[in-house]
Design a protein around this ligand. Structure first.
Ligand code: DGT
Ligand code: MG
Length: 591
């Protein structure tokens, strides 16, 4: 029997794996789960910056803190400050709904993320340095732009009588004697779960007492780190402390802003039971949609608008597995996925925090989406790509700042992804979109050596046009709804200390000469390179162009693409003769 059955706190009857039914009392479940979770000796810290984009704007544009304001992107607001939230404005609301809630709301355009990313990097670097000062072996990891985690376990020592005393105003403890109601929100849909239950103090087992002491000690460290971030960067953060990454993340969402929340594991189960399923990391819209069928049949929740973790726990595992089989990405791992989700629903998370060696992003990408029927010509697509080149070029320079050795912060692979409309799929009652990607090696070192933004843009154009060519798009019969460019495979010395020798590994030859096509359904067709095989170590831009030129000759370059290239590149291409293929008699001539 899988252990999540032992640990669940509901007393409903469920099928076990071997087809039998089991029914256990609440008390049995309760004690098993409490001991189980409290025996996780870790102290995990999760940090989330309060209304992140808003705090950036307060710093950069001196927006008064007491004015209700929000950050707009396209037709929605992506976040708002806490003054606006108190007036009923919500994150991810339409602009119209936000104005209805608060007519005096100021909406600031926030589509350019560059400044936000710079602030995010400073916050993360401050957080990381603060953790490492507490103990150099603390593993620290970046999450999304304004989230980070650390495993403080190595820094926690319990020394006999040295008890912890808290100032209750700054640290909230859940699982001691909670008086406050807790509101858990599911931001994506606006669904909201209010838990009004109080938690009565009870005597703790020895294991629980030790767990409680460790977590409270960790919350002291969290307070110090929070203060350091505030002093060095001016940003307020909310911190969650618990025994695993999942519970620490839930903890940081319990009371915002500018707090430290400690979630004792014996408190987590009742919280999780009424929590929206969508708040479980890894349970996105697609998964909930796949699970809809079995949830509808088994749900016990009285909540009308969303499914809770308790709802899922009332479903036999086999039904969950069958539902997950419908999701292509889970097809070969449904059992494992079902276990992970069910474990998470009761607060179990064995995930480790692996140090990210400084947090440099692994992929740098830009994308743009278009309404159906608006981007129907290849020349219009090429014009749109120009903006992506400019943005990508800026981002690659920004990423350099993350690296210990900026000369080596360069990508080695570039990928173009296009989503096109395919009406044939609509006639089969499927979503009428096809997403395809093409990627090739990229001479990132040569790119990063360019200083002139115009040259950088034309370098990216040179790398992307062959990929675009490989899509075989018709000039005037396309319908593109999304285009994105991603650069990956960074050669990066971020893992090394600053003063280490500046050697680096050359990417494998197979990586350089492989051309990969990927479709939406994860199929990939590997073929020998039709894309340029680019020299990486010390290669100049000139060389790249020559290499690409010969590729164009071999492939009888698409005249349309040729016409998109800058005049100097075209003239250069014209002077490049295709490489003569070596023949066997050439060899004998030489010997
Ligand atoms: P918080 O953490 O509740 O105090 O408020 P925020 O604003 O920090 O929200 P959070 O932590 O969920 O997200 C960090 C930033 O990311 C936020 O300031 C705006 C942006 N953001 C969040 N959700 C979305 C989204 O669904 N779409 C877009 N484009 N941006 C988002
Ligand atoms: Mg935040």
């Amino acid at each position: 029997m899988p252990d999540y059955y032992d640990l669940s706190s509901d007393n409903s009857v469920r099928d076990t794996d071997d087809g039998e039914s089991s029914s256990e009392s609440d008390d049995d479940h309760e004690s098993a789960s409490t001991e189980g979770l409290a025996s996780d000796h870790r102290c995990i810290l999760h940090v989330d910056v309060d209304c992140f984009y808003c705090q950036c704007e307060i710093q950069d544009r001196q927006i008064p803190k007491d004015k209700p304001f929000a950050i707009g992107q396209k037709h929605i607001i992506v976040t708002c400050n806490y003054v606006a939230r108190a007036m009923g404005v919500k994150k991810l609301q339409s602009r119209t709904a936000a104005y209805e809630a608060c007519p005096q709301l100021l909406i600031i355009e926030g589509s350019d993320l560059e400044r936000y990313r710079i602030h995010a990097r400073k916050i993360y670097q401050t957080f990381r340095a603060a953790c490492k000062r507490v103990h150099p072996d603390i593993a620290v990891r970046r999450g999304s732009m304004d989230e980070m985690m650390a495993d403080l376990s190595v820094a926690i020592r319990i020394d006999g009588d040295d008890r912890v005393n808290h100032s209750k105003g700054t640290v909230y403890i859940y699982g001691e004697n909670d008086k406050e109601s807790i509101t858990l929100r599911e931001d994506q849909t606006g669904a909201c779960s209010k838990i009004v239950q109080e938690f009565q103090a009870r005597s703790l087992s020895a294991l629980e007492r030790s767990c409680s002491e460790r977590l409270q000690r960790a919350s002291h460290i969290a307070l110090e780190i929070r203060q350091e971030i505030l002093q060095s960067t001016g940003f307020t953060t909310t911190m969650g402390v618990s025994v695993n990454p999942l519970l620490a993340k839930i903890a940081s969402g319990l009371k915002k802003p500018a707090t430290v929340n400690v979630l004792f594991p014996w408190r987590s189960q009742s919280l999780l039971a009424s929590m929206p399923l969508r708040m479980i990391p890894g349970v996105g819209r697609t998964t909930v949609k796949a699970l809809q069928h079995c949830l509808e049949k088994n749900a016990v929740s009285s909540q009308p608008s969303f499914w809770t973790c308790q709802d899922l726990l009332s479903v036999p595992k086999q039904n969950i597995v069958s539902c997950l089989e419908q999701v292509p990405v889970f097809k070969h791992s449904c059992e494992v996925q079902a276990d992970i989700i069910l474990h998470r629903c009761i607060g179990i998370d064995h995930g480790q925090i692996h140090d990210d060696e400084g947090g440099a992003p692994k992929t740098v990408s830009v994308e743009n989406s278009f309404r159906r029927g608006t981007l129907v010509r290849k020349d219009a697509l090429c014009a749109e790509m120009e903006e992506l080149y400019r943005r990508l070029s800026r981002l690659l320079q920004e990423r350099r700042e993350w690296s210990h050795s900026s000369n080596f912060a360069y990508p080695t692979t570039i990928r173009l992804t296009l989503r096109t409309v395919d009406e044939k799929l609509a006639s089969e009652k499927r979503r009428p979109f096809v997403t395809r990607s093409k990627q090739s090696s990229f001479d990132g070192l040569a790119f990063m050596q360019l200083r002139d933004p115009a040259q950088q843009v034309s370098f990216l154009r040179m790398a992307i046009l062959p990929l675009l060519h490989a899509f075989g798009l018709k000039s005037d019969a396309i319908d593109i709804t999304r285009a994105s460019i991603a650069t990956t495979g960074f050669q990066d010395l971020s893992a090394r200390p600053k003063d280490s020798p500046t050697s680096f590994t050359q990417p494998s030859q197979s990586n350089l000469s492989t051309f990969v096509e990927k479709t939406e359904h994860g199929k990939s067709n590997r073929a020998k390179s039709r894309s340029p095989r680019v020299a990486l170590n010390g290669a100049s831009t000139e060389m790249s162009i020559h290499e690409q030129a010969s590729m164009f000759h071999y492939n009888k370059i698409d005249p349309f693409i040729l016409s998109q290239l800058p005049p100097d590149v075209i003239s250069e291409l014209r002077h490049v003769k295709p490489k003569k293929r070596p023949r066997i008699d050439d060899y004998f001539k030489r010997v």
